[in-house]
Design a protein around this ligand. Structure first.
Ligand code: NDP
Ligand SMILES: O=C(O)C1=N[C@H](C(=O)O)C[C@H](O)C1
Length: 232
């Protein structure tokens, strides 16, 4: 496949390495505020840029008829707008807050645990996410997905970055140098804690998932998720 990389930072470079290993060609790299790039020669675009650039990049791809895989986080207030545009233009679009197989299995485990905990009294859910110090958004997109799945299955109605609201799941967002991404979900009671945790050791899992999603999206139209790609 001919791949356009929209965002050529830590993830863009890791995706390039994995894509070349899988015999794809990188035909375009965009790594700054540039509205004039030509996307047309790409079979698929992969956007791992910055929150303020994602919507423009996705719009450009959908409008040009190029399938788009986006992993950029921190722009989800406009997700529904991108879904509508994709349907209107008969495009192909996948967004995932986390493309790694491990985290997508962890998402399923989190939903199962939330369902299990829902009728049990005395346990309060909370979450922690740890990322590198260059991360622009907080909490992480992955933490938001985990929180939304807990909200869907329990009496919690929202998430908050601080504590003290009994209807909200508190999320602690920590920034420590060079951490690729660690997420922990804890249910605490007076007598014990139940904890599930995913620790990324590097960025290869995220990048491989994004390339696999791009391969899967070829010759398809519609809006998909990693659950569709992985058949979970
Ligand atoms: N879904 C997933 O599985 C994962 C998602 N992510 C998300 O991906 C995004 C990128 O992460 P990461 O690579 O670590 O971040 P980096 O900061 O390393 O890379 C982002 C790159 O985007 C560039 N950029 C700035 N403006 C634009 C633009 N208009 N169009 C295209 N590129 C632009 C930046 O350039 P400059 O530095 O010059 O501003 C930078 O090179 C983040 O939102 C992160 O949360 C990360 C890992 C996994
Ligand atoms: O910015 C990152 O690095 C990551 N961002 C994603 C997120 O916000 O969840 C995925 C992963 O945790 C790494």
């Amino acid at each position: 496949m001919k791949i356009a990389l929209l965002g050529y930072g830590k993830m863009g470079k890791t995706i390039e390495k994995i894509a070349i290993e899988r015999n794809h060609t990188i035909v375009l790299k965009v790594d700054k505020e540039d509205h004039n790039y030509d996307i047309a020669e790409a079979d698929v675009a992969i956007d791992f840029s910055i929150p303020s650039a994602a919507v423009q990049n996705i719009t450009k791809c959908i409008t040009a008829g190029v399938p788009i895989v986006s992993g950029t986080t921190g722009w989800l207030a406009q997700y529904d707008e991108m879904v509508s545009l994709c349907k209107e233009k008969n495009g192909a679009f996948i967004y995932a807050s986390n493309f790694s197989l491990g985290v997508n299995l962890f998402f399923e485990l989190n939903k199962k645990l939330a369902k299990m905990m829902s009728p049990v009294e005395g346990y309060e859910p909370s979450m922690e996410e740890i990322h590198h110090t260059e991360k622009l958004d907080a909490p992480s997109g992955t933490a938001i997905t985990l929180a939304e799945d807990i909200i869907d299955h329990t009496s919690k109605t929202s998430w908050k970055l601080d504590q003290g609201d009994k209807y909200a799941i508190p999320i602690a967002a920590k920034r420590i140098e060079n951490v690729p991404g660690t997420h922990t979900v804890t249910y605490s009671s007076i007598v014990d804690d139940i904890e599930i945790k995913h620790t990324a050791h590097n960025r290869d899992g995220f990048a491989l998932g994004a390339v696999v999603a791009a391969e899967w999206l070829q010759n398809k139209n519609g809006v998909y998720s990693m659950k569709d790609v992985l058949g979970l």
